[in-house]
Ligand binder design. Structure first.
Ligand SMILES: *Cc1c(COP(=O)(O)O)cnc(C)c1O
Length: 423
């Protein structure tokens, strides 16, 4: 059995230790030696086996091809960053002037480039602030504007976002009290009017971003709420900054502010298509109260987030935007071409029409016409556990690989992955 030190001196493993860390490489060597000792491997093949078993990336997070048909999939990291955002993130990763003015040599406002880009994107906002995610934005607003006081909210908007995360619980955790008004299906202006008083911190309007209530329903829009004479905060969820014609039911920051919202909160990594972040936009005095609250420091974003957010706001169309606007006819052509190549290779593959969705990140009930490759269900596990992992969805005993969230230049990888599963 070759000694561990001797195997670790293999130039491929020396290089790998520089990239992945020595402990990871040593672990692969020890496991290969164990296999050899048990007779599963020739002792001369230990180094080769260790090289083959090395993890592909320095962290355990792996890039995945999302063929679920869900564009903003929380389990798959929500929005993929644009190439511009990735480049900006890499540039900011080392020492960077995030809080420093290179011209004067003095301290400067942290993240001013990202704040400026956000303010430009939504001119109706008097000021902007960025925190870790929308949940953090809500915590900050509730703490700064309503701790010890009341947040007036409709019973139809007491939302659970997912994985047990409930917005009402989050709000109450700040020391604010909820003043629930109306009913699950109907809330009127009079309900709000009767609840607003000296104890009111603000009225909160939450966009039900992952469910629809249909039938005998009624709710009050931001424009009407602004007549109540107390601050109106609109949690729009998905982070659309301006109207998206394809998603007419999805609120956007500019429209909410123009309708009279005093503050808007939103996520950065849903339909905005950027990094995980929470956006606060609106009346200057209220944004300042939030930004100056001691809690703001605990919720502040990292330089990598600021870089990615600024590039997302200024840069070219994001992958989420491109997936949303992908032409269904072209998706069908790609699916047909891929299924044709697979069928030629003897795979039971067909191109089928698909239905994609924005996902928990927004636009509940909206289906986007799409196209998919239909395969036998037994392909699901090997594709998911392959490299790169390809994640589809199983429906009616078939695995559907939906193309809407896949850029066209990755079709070759999809083809190779399916062919790699073999008969
Ligand atoms: C997604 C969502 C949140 C939570 O946002 P995070 O950025 O995940 O913290 C809050 N409110 C609404 C309406 C949402 O859709």
């Amino acid at each position: 059995m070759p000694r561990t030190d001797a195997v670790l001196a293999d130039p491929r493993l020396v290089a790998a230790a520089g990239r992945l860390g020595r402990a990871v490489v040593k672990d692969a060597v020890v496991r290969a030696q164990r296999r050899a000792r048990q007779g599963g491997l020739d002792p001369g093949e230990v180094a080769d086996a260790a090289v083959a078993a090395l993890p592909p990336y320095p962290a355990s997070l792996r890039p995945v091809i999302n063929m679920t048909g869900v564009l903003v999939h929380t389990n798959l990291g929500r929005a993929p960053l644009s190439a511009a955002a990735v480049e900006a993130t890499a540039a900011a990763a080392g020492y960077t002037d995030v809080e420093f003015d290179l011209a004067t040599g003095a301290r400067a406002r942290r993240g001013r480039g990202a704040m400026d880009a956000l303010a430009r994107a939504v001119p109706a906002a008097g000021d902007v602030h960025v925190v870790n995610n929308n949940a953090a934005a809500l915590v900050l607003v509730a703490t700064a504007l309503a701790a010890g006081r009341e947040i007036v909210i409709s019973r139809g908007e007491l939302v659970e976002i997912g994985d047990g995360f409930r917005i009402p619980d989050l709000l109450v955790s700040t020391g604010a009290r909820l003043r629930e008004v109306g009913t699950t299906n109907r809330t009127s202006y009079a309900d709000y009017r009767a609840a607003v008083g000296p104890e009111t911190g603000f009225v909160l309007k939450i966009h039900p971003s992952n469910f629809l209530i249909e039938g005998f329903t009624g709710s009050v829009e931001v424009a009407e709420l602004s007549a109540l004479g107390v601050p109106v905060v609109a949690d729009i969820g998905s982070g659309l900054l301006v109207r998206e014609p394809l998603l007419p039911g999805e609120p956007d920051a500019a429209s909410a502010l123009e309708a009279g919202a005093d503050l808007v909160t939103a996520s950065g990594d849903k339909l905005l298509g950027g990094p995980q972040a929470g956006l606060l936009l609106g009346r200057r005095d209220l944004v300042e109260r939030c930004g100056r609250h001691p809690l703001a420091r605990a919720l502040r974003v990292d330089k990598l987030t600021l870089a990615a957010l600024e590039a997302t706001l200024r840069g070219p169309a994001t992958p989420v935007h491109q997936a949303l606007h992908a032409d269904a006819g072209l998706l069908g052509e790609r699916a047909a071409a891929l299924a044709g190549r697979l069928a030629e290779a003897g795979v039971d593959a067909r191109a089928v029409p698909g239905e994609a969705a924005v996902g928990g990140g927004g636009a509940p009930g909206v289906t986007l016409p799409s196209a998919a490759i239909s395969l036998p269900e037994r392909y699901a596990v090997p594709l998911r556990t392959g490299e790169p992992p390809v994640v589809g969805r199983v429906e009616g005993g078939r695995l559907l690989l939906d193309l809407r969230a896949v850029p066209a230049d990755r079709d070759g990888e999809v083809l190779r992955a399916v062919l790699g599963v073999g008969g």
